[in-house]
Design a protein around this ligand. Structure first.
Ligand SMILES: Cc1ncc(COP(=O)(O)O)c(C=O)c1O
Length: 379
């Protein structure tokens, strides 16, 4: 039935999601499973969000607020932007789609890295848009190489900062150097899904450039600012706030860009429970602090344990670690599964000898190391 399908759909490899815990329980008959495959929050959802969901369940017969009034108001207070700067999405996945549909014409192209969040490529292709993938350099976005690939048809550039699946980041100086030469007709999307875990000083916070408050550090005239009409920042409640199952994220951009994206957004794209949960989660500072502490402590533990085992990894500023297992990552993934530990093989990213592990609770991290040792020692 191929002749019925749009040609650009035929050669798309569907996104391979992390395996759900229930599926592995069913398949392998295992009782205790830990999932460290999708960069979720190991502590569960924010307790304040759960409370809000319970309180609002009885309103599920009504359509959600299509404008997300209260949530936008809460986000705008949190980030010190205006509600008119915000577009809500059914996860940031949906916002990637909305951005492409809003801004990229048929004959225009999109640039990103070759090893990065797979949805940039998949959604570009679904929309029939050409995507140019630029190789990473030492596991990092190579902005110099990306700059060279910009042509007269380039409309959009996606930067995952930090990058999934490598955990590396583009520094403030690198970013500003890149922005200075970016043509005015090119939009830059900074996907900050993991920004809560950042613990370095030279990370460029995308919002600073939208507010137009940041002078270019390297600018010889020391007065120029990044054109704030060119930057769109993506954020999600799926990671630090523990709401991946509710599907909610948002974009922050110049109000004029937002007004065009609003024409493309489906009216009821964000469900009511997601809206109330996200609004409450933003109040949950205690939960956020605990999450950050857990991840940073877990990262230190894993660095130490991996080093002791002589296993190489890519240093990360996110809640996952890319690990060089020195042999076929798919078989390491499968062997770990037999012991009830779900990690992610990197086959779809073309990183044959790697796995990616999400940083979990202390207990989960210890179990991961124990099983990794068993599996790698068994070979
Ligand atoms: C870089 C990046 N952007 C976006 C997402 C998707 O987030 P959401 O759950 O909000 O669709 C992910 C999820 O893994 C991600 O790694």
């Amino acid at each position: 039935m191929e002749e019925l399908v749009r040609k650009n759909i035929l050669n798309i490899t569907p996104y391979a999601a992390g395996k759900p815990i229930e599926e592995i329980k069913r398949q392998l008959g295992l009782k205790e499973i830990i999932k460290l495959a999708s960069n979720e929050n190991p502590l569960g959802p924010s307790p304040k969000a759960m409370e809000a969901i319970k309180k609002n369940l009885s309103g599920a017969n009504r359509y959600p607020d299509s404008q997300g009034y209260y949530l936008k108001k809460r986000i705008s207070r949190y980030l010190n932007v205006k509600p008119a700067n915000i577009v809500l999405g059914n996860g940031s996945d949906e916002l990637i789609d909305i951005i492409i549909k809003t801004f990229v014409e048929d004959d225009e192209n999109i640039i990103t890295a070759d090893i990065t969040f797979l949805e940039y490529e998949i959604i570009s292709k679904v929309n029939g848009r050409r995507i140019i993938s630029v190789p990473l350099r030492y596991f990092k976005y190579d902005l110099e190489a990306i700059k060279k690939k910009i042509d007269k048809n380039t409309k959009l550039i996606f930067i995952s900062n930090p990058n999934n699946p490598t955990g590396t980041y583009v520094t403030k100086l690198e970013f500003e150097d890149f922005m200075r030469d970016l043509p005015d007709n090119v939009l830059l999307v900074l996907d900050e899904a993991y920004d809560t875990f950042i613990d370095v000083d030279d990370f460029p916070r995308g919002l600073d450039y939208i507010k137009g408050s940041t002078k270019l550090t390297l600018d010889p005239e020391q007065g120029r600012r990044v054109n704030n009409k060119k930057v769109i920042v993506l954020k999600t409640f799926s990671k630090a706030y523990g709401l991946a199952g509710l599907r909610i994220g948002y974009a922050v951009a110049n109000p004029e860009l937002v007004s065009y994206m609003e024409k493309v957004r489906q009216p009821f794209n964000v469900n009511m429970l997601a809206q109330v949960a996200a609004t409450a989660a933003l109040e949950d500072k205690k939960f956020l602090r605990k999450t950050r502490k857990t991840i940073l402590a877990g990262r230190d533990y894993l660095y130490d344990a991996l080093s002791k085992l002589g296993i190489a990894y890519v240093p990360t500023v996110a809640n996952f670690i890319l690990i060089d297992v020195g042999r076929d990552g798919v078989s390491v993934f499968k062997d770990m599964l037999k012991y009830g530990v779900i990690v992610r093989d990197m086959d779809q990213y073309g990183l044959k000898n790697f796995i990616r592990v999400t940083i979990g609770t202390k207990k989960e991290n210890e179990r991961f190391i124990k099983v990794l040792k068993k599996v790698i020692g068994n070979r």
